[in-house]
Structure formats: C-alpha cells, structure tokens
Design a protein around this ligand. Structure first.
Ligand code: SF4
Length: 172
C-alpha cells in the first residue's frame, strides 16, 4: 500500500494507467453483443477495480456489479445500456475495461499479459503489424516501474484466466 505522503504521485500514476490507447477500432464493439455480459454472476471475467475506481464506482466491492438479465439468461454490467450497447460511463470506465480483450493473467508464480481470443475483433486481427506494435506498447507500459508498483498495490487486477493466449511476462 502507499503512504499518505505518496498520495499525489499515486494518483498521478493511476491516471497514467487509465489512459491506455485502444486497439480495437471505434464502432466495432457497438456491433458486438459479447462484452459486458457474463454467463455467471460470480466470475473471474467481471472487471476488477483499481482502488480509486472502487471509490468512484463501487464503494462496497472490488468488482463491477452485475445485474441479472432473465431475458437472455445471463448477467450484465450495471453500467451497460442494453438498448444501444453503450457503456454509460464511457470515458471514465474502469482500467480493466479499457485493457480488454487484453488481460493481466496469473499462471502459477508468473504473471502474463494475455489476450482473450474469443473477442471477435482479435480473432481476425492478431496477424497485423499494428497488433505487434500494440503488444510492444503494452509491454513497455506494463513493465514500467510505476505500473508494476500499482499492480502490486492492486492485486485484485491480477487474476487467473483459462483459454487465453499469453503474450509477454510482466515481471512483478
Ligand atoms: S463499465 Fe462499461 S465497459 Fe466496463 S463492463 Fe461495464 S458497460 Fe462494459
């Protein structure tokens, strides 16, 4: 955890974590019904929240709250507008939502940056030069001392996922 005197630098570095460049082209996700919906209420796939996001969005939990959606037999994020498929808090949506379909993935004692290949966009776009460039960008981002420090202070962001592709190790 951080000391009170670290508050400013901690907040500044959190802000840095919240400004990830997107990989998926604008508009693609609005046509997809995959994200922000979950088969189970308790699942590792629910976005986990950084400490400041918990204060802003979900004071009583470390994860996004899901609501039952009986019409489709699943659960949806409390911030999803099902009518237009938009995030009601887009622009201040959680860091994990910005990162997806990339994930911070613990495998035993190691932590990887991985990608969920069930994402329809990733299924068709992992052979692009742009994908390689983006992975390099994430590698630089996640292996910076500041971001590693933040991840250590927010272990809820490091979960174990199955059926994902590991891209590079994050040396925590
Ligand atoms: S916060 Fe927004 S982007 Fe994240 S799961 Fe909810 S609706 Fe989707």
């Amino acid at each position: 955890m951080f000391l009170p005197g670290d508050r400013c630098s901690w907040a500044a570095s959190l802000n840095k974590m919240e400004r990830l460049k997107p990989f998926i082209i604008p508009g693609f996700c609005l046509r997809c019904q995959g994200c922000c919906r979950f088969a189970e209420q308790e699942t590792v796939w629910t976005p986990h929240l950084l400490e400041d996001e918990q204060i802003r969005l979900a004071p009583h939990t470390k994860k996004i709250e899901l609501r039952a959606n009986p019409a489709q037999g699943n659960f949806v994020c409390q911030f999803l507008n099902q009518k237009d498929n938009r995030c009601k808090i887009h622009g201040i949506h959680p860091f994990e939502c910005q990162l997806y379909p990339f994930l911070i993935n613990r495998q035993g004692k190691k932590v990887y940056l991985s990608v969920d290949l069930r994402c329809l966009y990733m299924k068709e776009n992992t052979d692009l030069a742009r994908y390689k460039d983006y992975c390099e960008y994430l590698n630089t981002f996640f292996n910076s001392p500041e971001v590693k420090k933040n991840l250590k202070a927010n272990p809820q962001l490091v979960q174990s996922y199955v059926h994902v592709l590991d891209i590079f190790e994050i040396m925590l």
